[in-house]
Each structure stands twice: as structure tokens, then as C-alpha cells.
Write a protein that binds this ligand. Structure first.
Ligand SMILES: [Zn+2]
Length: 229
């Protein structure tokens, strides 16, 4: 009987590991083996600014910290593909939990930012996907970390061509002035949530918009940091 319910649950992808499909999952929605095997970054600010520096103008303010929880390796690529391109919004808690655990270690002894915003997407992309993946992550992080989430804090004002098709300098050029902050962030430290961080161009466009609306500091948070994109 138990086997019947398990196979039924498997058929509907309920209670099964998101990575390997086995039926014994932990609270993280992965089996204990896949949870342990997740490729994680050490909890420290990513050494990302070395790539970013050449693209910044002299007056452009940097993000204060860059944090990414997972490495862009096959197991993580599989999870992100399910989440972003197969519309598995149910993966948001799993991914946000990984990032929250990472952030708790990163901010040890330091206050968390005052609020969280999500990297925005265009209305067109939102309609196509059916859900706003970074907003979903930001909402879970807000609940877990007890940091207020500012819904719609950033807006995409210009669509940016598919980033993985472009060269690094083209990505920077494409992303410039593509976002607008719709809230007064005067004096606040703001965390921006993205799913995958690679060149940092999208994140810097968000930071730029937030600094223009008075943010005192902007921290970059991503579930995945893809260092060698
Ligand atoms: Zn598994």
C-alpha cells in the first residue's frame, strides 16, 4: 500500500527528491544524499568585483557585498532549469532556503539589510513564464530572514536581450539604465535578489537605480553564482 502511494506521489512529483526523484526526502525537498551533494560556495563575499571593475564608470557606486549560495554545476543547473524554464514555481522554497542558510553565515554578527527587492522582469516575460521567479524567492527570503520585502521596488523599463547570448561587454551595455526604482530608499540598506549571478551587469543596473533613490548601501544576493560564465 505504501509503495502504491509512493509511486502515486512520484507520478505527481510530490514528496520526491527534486534532483534524483527518490522518495525519501528531507525538509529541504531533496533526499539527504542530494542535499549533501549540492555544490555550495563558501559563505563569503564573491570575488566578483574584479570582473565588474572595468565596466564601471568613475561615479558609479558599487554593491557593498556580493553573495551567492550555490555553484553553477550540473545538479544546480538541473534545478534552475526546472524552476525557470519548466515552470516549477514549487522549487522557490528549496532555493530560497539554500540562500537563506548561506546569508545567515555571511552576515554573522552584522545586521541584515533593511529591506529586500527582487530583480524585475518585463510584463511580457512575466506573462510567458506565469510567475515572477525572483519575486517568489524574495518573498520566501523575507519570511525566513524576517527582512521586509518591497514588492515592485524595482521595475524593468527596457527589455534586455537574452544575456547568455551576448559577450560580457555587450551584457553591460544592454543592462545599463534598464531598471528604475519606484520607492524612496533614502538611507536604507537594500538587498537585491536574483536567481543566477554571472557578469553582475543586471545586479549593477539594479544597484544604480536604488542608489539614485537614496539607498545607503546595496547588497547583491543570488541563489547561484556562476563565476566562469
Ligand atoms: Zn536525491
Amino acid at each position: 500500500m505504501l509503495a502504491f502511494f509512493r509511486s502515486l506521489a512520484n507520478a505527481f512529483e510530490l514528496g520526491t527528491c527534486w534532483s534524483c526523484g527518490c522518495a525519501s526526502v528531507t525538509a529541504t525537498a531533496l533526499c539527504s544524499y542530494c542535499d549533501e551533494a549540492l555544490p555550495r560556495w563558501y559563505p563569503r563575499c564573491c570575488q566578483h568585483l574584479s570582473d565588474i571593475e572595468p565596466h564601471l564608470t568613475d561615479d558609479q557606486k558599487r554593491c557593498r557585498y556580493w553573495y551567492g549560495a550555490l555553484r553553477w554545476e550540473p545538479q544546480v543547473q538541473q534545478l534552475m532549469t526546472l524552476f525557470k524554464f519548466r515552470n516549477k514555481a514549487e522549487l522557490a522554497p528549496l532555493l530560497a532556503t539554500q540562500l537563506a542558510a548561506h546569508l545567515r553565515l555571511c552576515y554573522q554578527g552584522q545586521p541584515m539589510p533593511d529591506c529586500i527587492v527582487a530583480v524585475p522582469m518585463t510584463q511580457h516575460a512575466w506573462r510567458q513564464r506565469g510567475f515572477h521567479q525572483t519575486a517568489l524567492l524574495a518573498r520566501y527570503l523575507s519570511a525566513v530572514l524576517q527582512v521586509p520585502y518591497i514588492a515592485g521596488g524595482l521595475r524593468k523599463i527596457r527589455s534586455v536581450p537574452m544575456q547568455h547570448m551576448a559577450s560580457q561587454s555587450a551584457r553591460w551595455e544592454n543592462s545599463k539604465r534598464s531598471q528604475l526604482a519606484l520607492h524612496d530608499f533614502s538611507g536604507s540598506t537594500v538587498a537585491v535578489v536574483d536567481d543566477v549571478l554571472s557578469t553582475g551587469a543586471t545586479m549593477m543596473a539594479a544597484a544604480d537605480a536604488l542608489y539614485k533613490k537614496g539607498a545607503a548601501a546595496v547588497d547583491a544576493w543570488a541563489v547561484v553564482y556562476n563565476q566562469h560564465d
